[in-house]
Design a protein around this ligand. Structure first.
Ligand code: SF4
Length: 295
């Protein structure tokens, strides 16, 4: 890896864009949700406010929400790439973005309660690296707010409370149960990322990976694509609506993935993402220069 300053500049720009500029597909989903609400519904007022906030953040180059969230970086790098140097450049970019106000000082020592000034600490930001036969470095960033993270849930099936057996109907019940329990907290309307299977840790990781998918894509697994659409339809009937204040727009999207599992375990993991669905990506060349912005 050569040209460390350029890497840092590109990663800083990725953070800035993610913080202030909601991806077009998410904004479009919010506009569609607004169009579906009835003329005098309170939900319209909330959605109009959210969309005005989105435009304001973009225009004024300021964060979309005061909670700039946990920073989840996912890198696909060429085989043999120096990931230590890449981590160092990313940490430097995070510290710069915090200094310049694109990130809130949002990272707290879990023992002492002290606030880290730079958002660089043990466990922050979160990195995930994958190597492959490629020339570019693909970087994806998700900024996940704490309120939405609190609404995540994991079920071990069979599970008596939502009446979930070890099948796709059981998965549907778990997801709707998690959304119902949230009652709009975590800032609805949002998107749920779901993992069927895996273990307790990989389930959460894979559920969050679903947030890298575009709003308009469909699972390649037909049964999961059907389930995504079914849950999305069912959620409109819950009546929870934006911020839990009633309405049709409880969810903007449902994204479901699956991992293999042990015969003894059947986990359904639900990760909740708020309307401030900050997700951006970039392809960087060997010198760290931007080749293409993603999303
Ligand atoms: S849940 Fe999302 S929209 Fe709500 S305060 Fe947190 S980051 Fe902001």
């Amino acid at each position: 890896m050569t040209g460390r300053p350029q890497w840092e500049d590109s990663l800083f720009e990725l953070i800035r864009r993610t913080s202030v500029d909601l991806p077009g597909d998410v904004e479009e989903a919010l506009r569609r949700a607004l169009a579906r609400e009835e003329k005098d519904a309170r939900a319209r007022w909330f959605l109009e406010g959210i969309l005005a906030n989105v435009e304001h953040a973009r225009r004024t180059d300021t964060p979309l929400c005061q909670d700039t969230g946990a920073l989840l970086f996912r890198f696909h790098v060429p085989v043999g790439f120096d990931t230590n140097a890449l981590s160092a450049a990313t940490r430097a970019a995070v510290a710069r973005a915090t200094r310049l106000g694109y990130l809130r000082q949002n990272t707290v020592d879990s023992v002492s309660g002290a606030v880290y000034q730079t958002n660089v600490a043990h466990g922050s930001p979160v990195f995930c690296f994958e190597q492959g036969a490629r020339d570019t470095v693909d970087v994806r960033l998700i900024m996940k707010g704490g309120g939405s993270e609190n609404m995540g849930a994991q079920y071990s099936l069979p599970c008596a409370d939502p009446g979930a057996e070890r099948n796709l109907e059981g998965v549907r019940r778990c997801v709707l149960d998690a959304v119902t329990r949230a009652q709009g907290n975590g800032c609805a309307p949002g998107v749920v990322g779901v993992c069927i299977g895996g273990d307790r840790a990989s389930g959460h990781e894979h559920a969050k990976e679903q947030f890298l998918r575009r709003m308009d894509d469909r699972s390649r697994v037909k049964a999961l694509a059907r389930l995504e659409q079914r849950i999305l339809r069912d959620a409109t009937r819950l009546g929870i609506g934006p911020m839990g204040m009633g309405g049709i727009a409880t969810l903007l999207g449902v994204k479901i993935g699956a991992l293999s599992r042990l015969p003894a375990s059947f986990f359904v993991t639900v990760s909740y993402m708020c309307w401030a669905f900050r997700r951006r990506g970039v392809l960087l060349g060997r010198n760290g220069g931007v080749q293409r912005w993603l999303y």
